[in-house]
Write a protein that binds this ligand. Structure first.
Ligand code: TPP
Ligand code: MG
Length: 894
């Protein structure tokens, strides 16, 4: 040996001795004085080293091993053998459900491999942790990973809650009697699923805000304090969604120890590895630890324990930490020999460690997420953790048990078919008592009710309070708020100029004081309360904070100071529309989740509603959520100055597709009062599963008193606001206006009457969506009942005796009025705000978008020429008189 390499070897040996000495010393302290003392010493060493100039590399990571050491593992409380049998049956039935559905209907879809990887995680949770809701306990709230739905159905089948026909109708919703929905959808299975989770990322953020809302209900005395947990089962690929990680600091900041995430780290997503060149578990650990969560890693199964106990020098842990997810995925499909050479072959000492293990034994070294002995301690530690939320990062194999058919393969996510041989292998691996002749049919299998498996499974659920998932509405209707609460708004604002935003905030303040519904109102704002003039509510009802107000607010001496309180009522969410919407959903579904009729009012910048968080709004619809979404600063030309990104002229169009959402664009305070009063009645007295979107605007004007007999029309979408005063006129028009633009329409009505001899009637259109849906419904009925008396759309009925041309103007895109034009007796000319907004004054904006009184006047005159009622030259003169530039750029495309 050369001198140089001799020296090098000497140095290595020396270092080995040093390492050993330090570790032995630490072991001595651990054995004699315990963990706390050991931690103290390590901390002291760290500080000392830092003082001496040692720069420790910062890492939020711990080594790539289980967080809970084997010594701390509590004994397994259940019967592992019988649980394995149950789990195997669930695995089989979940797989069979997908395979059979795709045999019946090629391409119907479904997922086998997601649940296959998560089966043990769910099973341990179902058998030992997840509590059902009953008279004695409110039960845990569980967000199931959407693609794992077959496994949840398969368990419910063994529990006797679903029949074989149900299973056969997986992904066949339209079968007589209904089917089992592809994914969790409360809309389609309202007695089973509680939370739609399949749009990835929504379930984690909803779970966080749900856990916080549970605390809110307790702190405000609306619900008894409870140790119930909120569980969210997620995919590791799902953590790429911004919503998954975007709100995790709220959970730690609010010390939500009632929240547990279980991330099924099967290292794969749809196309391939989640982090082939890295390690998703380590990445997530650092993120969650950095955010203050209690992180529990469940990486290795029990048969790694003997190897780890031999690993005095840490070379195995080092190798574990070094290997990449891409490598681990490969090991899940590779031979024992490959694992020996590739994983253990990097160091002779590692090779030596496994020399007594056969290749088959190496292949069978299990991952933590498939080992109940390792899962149980993690879930137990999560449930017992105090002061912070917990995330369990469990390493699994995607498609576990599918063998050649997909285990660990990149194609596994899409695997829906197993051939006869693959089914046989599956059956053998999980010891399913089906004959070889039968296996190719992939029959469902359920042991008799008096079998030990079924008895055990039912016994466990009984012990834990009942079955899950289950959606059950046990909630009495509320007493409707008194008429007098809204009367002030019916009278108009007298000489005071008031914006509809101010009106709704005042209404909210009054409702908050009502002795029946006051405490049920949940105002939610994403840092926009001052924008909407709501700051008086800070003082009136307080801003919710679990810890109250630990500081003296800077404005303490003022009347309307920033008051935070434990029983504060406002949810001031900060700048997060997604978080606020999640709170809205938690509050708007509390009638079902908790039997509490909370009435959320989520007030936000209308531009950052539908187009930003449309998917959460869709999920709210699916969940049968109730409440009022209030889009403030609405209207493309009414919000002056803010420009292109802020000015909303289309949220109402985006509200069209949500089936159970009512959308209103009111012009006057009394319209809002009628809509809200009726909304509360429908949602909370009649208990209809609908919710509301109301836009309000910040332009001030005199709020007129409510005309007689218009309430019904306001709710249905339109009513005649003002007839023309010009009774002698030969020319006629019908003008539709909504929101603030109704004022422009009223001005046009005057001008048309006075200057152009046109008698124009003005209609307030409160909801194009309502009119549209009514029209569609009538038309459909007529199509299906050709011999019966035709049903007439409400809008047609309204205008049947009216005369003249139709012109509509709103602060929204023209598609809204155009959507109802088919039910008018004559053509409609629509004016709207298609195009990108501009920073400008209201007046300039309305000129730019061509929706002010001048353009409304022009549109009427133009329509009259098209009807051959007046000469084009009159219109030409009007264009000059109204100071309109005909060569002006088209706002829609400029
Ligand atoms: C928002 C959203 N985007 C895309 C999809 C389509 N999709 C369904 S499952 C899946 C991969 C899931 O991977 P992971 O979260 O790791 O779950 P696993 O099945 O591996 O447990 C994708 C992309 C979806 N359901 N939701
Ligand atoms: Mg995955």
């Amino acid at each position: 040996m050369k001198k140089e390499s001799k020296d090098k070897q000497k140095k290595i040996d020396q270092e080995e001795i040093e390492n050993r000495e330090w570790i032995d010393s630490l072991d001595y302290v651990l054995d004699t004085s315990g963990e706390e003392r050991a931690a103290q010493i390590i901390k002291k060493l760290q500080i000392h080293a830092q003082k001496r100039g040692v720069r420790l590399h910062f890492t939020a990571n711990t080594p790539y091993i289980n967080t809970l050491p084997v010594q701390k593992q509590p004994p397994y409380p259940g019967d592992p053998e019988i649980e394995w049998k149950i789990r195997s049956l669930i695995r089989w039935n979940a797989m069979a459900m997908v395979v059979r559905a795709n045999r019946l209907e090629e391409g119907i879809g479904g997922h086998i491999s997601t649940f296959a990887s998560a089966a043990a995680l769910y099973d341990v949770a179902f058998n030992h942790f997840l509590r059902g809701r009953n008279e004695n306990h409110e039960g845990d709230i569980v967000y199931f990973q959407g693609h794992a739905a077959p496994g949840i159905y398969a368990r419910a089948y063994l529990e006797g809650r679903l029949t074989i026909e149900d299973l056969q109708n997986f992904r066949s919703d339209l079968q007589p009697g209904g089917g089992l929905t592809s994914y969790p959808h409360p809309w389609l299975m309202p007695n089973f699923w509680q939370f739609p989770t399949v749009s990835m990322g929504l379930s984690p953020i909803m779970a966080i805000y749900q856990a916080r809302f549970n605390r809110y209900l307790e702190d405000r005395g609306l619900k008894k304090p409870s140790d119930a947990k909120v569980w969210a089962f997620l995919g590791d690929g799902e953590s790429d969604e911004p919503e998954t990680l975007g709100a995790i600091t709220l959970a730690s900041r609010e010390n939500l120890d009632n929240l547990i995430f279980v991330v099924n780290c099967n290292l794969q997503r749809l196309d391939g590895p989640v982090r082939g060149n890295g390690k998703i578990i380590q990445e997530l650990e650092a993120i969650f630890r950095g955010a203050g969560w209690n992180v529990i890693k469940v990486i290795w199964g029990s048969n790694w324990d003997p190897l780890l106990s031999k690993d005095r020098d840490g070379i195995l842990v080092k190798r574990m930490t070094q290997a990449l997810d891409g490598d681990y995925q490969k090991y899940s499909v590779a031979s024992g020999e490959y694992i020996r050479n590739h994983f253990f072959g990097t160091d002779p000492r590692l090779q030596d460690m496994v020399k007594d293990l056969s290749d088959t034994e190496l292949q069978k070294l299990r991952r933590g997420g498939h080992d109940p002995e390792k899962i149980y301690p993690a879930l137990k530690a999560a449930v017992e953790n105090i002061g912070s939320p917990t995330v369990i990062l469990a390493k699994t194999i995607k498609g576990y048990g599918l063998g050649e058919a997909g285990e660990g393969r990149n194609i596994t996510h899409q695997q829906k078919k197993l051939n006869e041989d693959e089914l046989k292998l599956f059956k053998k691996r999980f010891d399913i008592p089906i004959s070889d002749e039968d296996v190719s049919r992939a029959p469902f299998y359920k042991p008799p009710d008096d079998s030990p498996e079924i008895k055990y499974l039912k016994e466990r659920r009984k012990e834990l309070g009942g079955y899950l998932p289950k959606r059950e509405v046990i909630c009495d209707p509320i007493k409707a708020p008194p008429e007098k609460l809204f009367e002030e708004f019916y009278k108009g604002s007298g000489k005071r100029e008031v914006a509809t935003t101010m009106a709704i905030v005042r209404m909210l303040a009054k409702m908050l004081k009502d002795k029946n519904i006051g405490k049920l109102i949940v105002p939610i704002v994403p840092d926009e309360a001052r924008t909407f003039g709501m700051e008086a509510l800070f003082r009136q009802v307080g801003i919710y904070s679990h810890v109250g107000q630990l500081y003296e607010p800077v404005d303490a001496q003022t009347l309307l100071y920033y008051k935070e309180a434990i029983d504060g009522q406002i949810l001031e969410e900060g700048i997060t529309e997604a978080g606020s919407m999640s709170s809205f959903i938690a509050a708007g579904t509390a009638y079902a989740t908790h039997g509490i009729n909370t009435i959320p009012f989520f007030i936000f910048y209308s531009m950052f509603g539908f187009q930003r968080i449309g998917d959460l709004i869709w999920a709210a619809g699916d969940m049968r959520c109730k409440g009022f979404m209030v889009g403030g600063t609405a209207g493309r030309t009414t919000l002056a100055g803010e420009g292109l990104q802020h000015q909303d002229g289309h949220s109402h169009l985006l509200a069209y597709p949500v089936p159970n959402l009512k959308a209103y664009d009111p012009a006057f305070a009394y319209e809002i009062a009628v809509i809200i009063q009726d909304g509360i009645r429908r949602m909370y007295v009649e208990q209809e599963d609908i919710f509301y979107y109301i836009t309000v605007m910040n332009e001030t004007y005199l709020q007129p008193p409510m005309p007689e007999g218009v309430k019904d029309g306001i709710l249905k979408g339109m009513y005649k606001f003002r007839d023309s005063e010009n009774k002698e006129a030969k020319l006629h028009a019908q003008l539709f206006g909504s929101g603030t633009i109704l004022n422009e329409v009223l001005k046009a009505q005057e001008v048309l009457g006075e200057k152009y001899g046109v008698a124009a009637d003005v209609w307030s259109i409160t909801s194009y969506k309502e009119l549209y849906r009514d029209g569609l419904e009538k038309e459909r009925w007529n199509m299906l009942h050709p011999s019966e008396i035709k049903r007439v759309p409400y809008i047609t009925e309204c205008v049947k005796d009216s005369r003249g041309v139709f012109v509509a103007a709103s602060d929204y895109v023209m598609a809204l009025p155009d959507s109802i034009s088919q039910w008018l007796p004559r053509p409609l000319v629509s004016l709207g705000t298609d195009g990108f907004g501009r920073s400008a004054s209201r007046k300039a904006l309305r000129d730019f978008f061509e929706v002010d009184w001048r353009y409304i006047t022009l549109a009427v005159l133009a329509a009259l020429t098209w009807e051959k009622k007046i000469e084009p030259k009159i219109v030409e003169k009007a264009i000059r008189d109204l100071d309109i530039n005909p060569s002006k750029a088209n706002p829609m495309i400029s």
